[in-house]
Design a binder for this molecule. Structure first.
Ligand SMILES: [Zn+2]
Length: 394
């Protein structure tokens, strides 16, 4: 059998950053054989500058919005951003298909191997069927008026069934956000059988908490603009958005909380006390946070609480690229005290576990086929910075 042998300045296993005395050995297809000391690795070792790492997992993306690159200005705040998406997301199917194809290609080239992707419709299905990247499909449903709950649920179930047939283990039906899903609609989602992995946009703007605490702020403008009269059915709970919706989840599940820019210690405490959320996963999309709100999530708070962290890119409507490498660089620049090993774990093994793909992806464990990526352009002390690049090498 022919082997591939990779040596970098560093070898990141998925959990641990090793030095250059360790050689990664795979078969021709990229299935991991083992990690051997240089003395035992034999001939034909390929040497690379920088880090050899497993492929990255992008836990939050909206492939179907790829045609919206550059359309929405930065720093509008979330509500103006949502209004712009609603107004401008329409395009011809050709434009949407071409943009999705290009977006996938750039994810592949920058070392992403799997994606947790939000779908509001079936437009991304033909592209995903090509199997270039692995997907967990989060079919997303919204509707704040209780009157539309059943209708929206039924429409989303049509999309869900399309994906579920082809991706039986990697399709979920999920709520969009606390401010856009009624109690009734939450109930319908909660009742669905065999839906143990969920995701929700969480606390992306201060107005989200304000809307639930006191009923004030920009979300009133959102509903006014789209012509939904919320007065007859909406009463603020007096709690944060996250604390308001958590009791609406009754089935045990793994929940990806996406963004978490305004999540607090009390939110984390309330969540830890719940039995329904068996695993809360904090999915950071820092470049999108800077794009929309110009604010970063409280990553140190998540670390102090030993939270499970993964990374996402969000869509090209709120990001200049779909690159986990770029997300890692931004985190490293703004939080230089966080060890690179931790950030790499979030980008690889944590993401693979979150999307239930860790039997094959996320680390260099024997038998897995996680993709092999080379990070080049490190600082003298082996850290990543804005010039660092990631490239798939197998
Ligand atoms: Zn999103």
């Amino acid at each position: 059998m022919a082997y591939n042998k990779f040596r970098g300045d560093y070898l990141f296993t998925g959990t641990t950053l090793l030095d250059n005395s360790n050689i990664l050995i795979t078969n021709e297809e990229g299935v991991i054989i083992n990690i051997a000391p240089i003395a035992d690795a034999g001939d034909d070792v390929q040497t690379f500058e920088g880090i050899i790492t497993p492929g990255f997992i992008n836990c939050h993306c909206h492939l179907e919005l790829s045609h919206m690159k550059g359309l929405i200005p930065e720093h509008t705040g979330l509500v103006q951003f949502i209004l712009a998406i609603l107004k401008q997301r329409h395009a011809t199917e050709d434009e949407i298909f071409t943009a999705m194809q290009q977006a996938e290609e750039s994810m592949l080239q920058t070392g992403i191997i799997a994606v947790g992707d939000i779908s509001n419709n079936s437009l991304s299905f033909p592209q995903k069927q090509k199997g270039k990247l692995q997907y967990h499909n989060f079919i997303e449903v919204s509707g704040f008026s209780p009157a539309v709950a059943q209708m929206r649920f039924d429409a989303a179930m049509d999309v869900y069934n399309t994906f579920k047939k082809y991706f039986p283990n990697h399709t979920s039906l999920v709520p969009h956000a606390p401010y856009s899903v009624s109690k009734e609609l939450f109930g319908l989602i909660d009742n669905l059988k065999d839906n143990p992995l969920s995701s929700i946009h969480n606390q992306e703007t201060p107005d989200e908490n304000l809307f639930f605490l006191s009923g004030e702020g920009q979300f009133n403008l959102l509903y006014e603009t789209i012509g939904v009269d919320i007065k007859p059915f909406y009463n603020p709970s007096g709690k944060t958005s996250l604390q308001t919706i958590l009791p609406l989840i009754s089935k045990p599940q793994k929940l990806l909380l996406v963004h978490d820019t305004f999540t607090s210690q009390s939110d984390i405490d309330v969540m830890k006390a719940l039995s329904s959320v068996q695993q809360a996963i904090f999915c950071l999309c820092v470049n999108a946070n800077l794009y929309i709100e110009n604010k970063l999530p409280p990553i140190d708070l998540f670390l102090q609480n030993s939270c499970n962290i993964v990374l996402g890119t969000d869509s090209l409507a709120s990001n200049y690229q779909l690159s986990i490498m770029s997300e890692m660089i931004t985190i490293s620049q703004h939080f230089p005290h966080i060890p690179l090993q931790s950030i790499l774990q979030w980008a690889t093994i944590n993401g693979a576990k979150a999307l239930e793909m860790d039997n094959e992806l996320g680390s260099f464990q024997a038998g897995k086929k996680p993709g092999i990526v080379n990070i080049t352009g490190l600082t003298k002390d082996g850290n990543i910075y804005k010039e660092s690049k990631a490239k798939r090498i197998l």
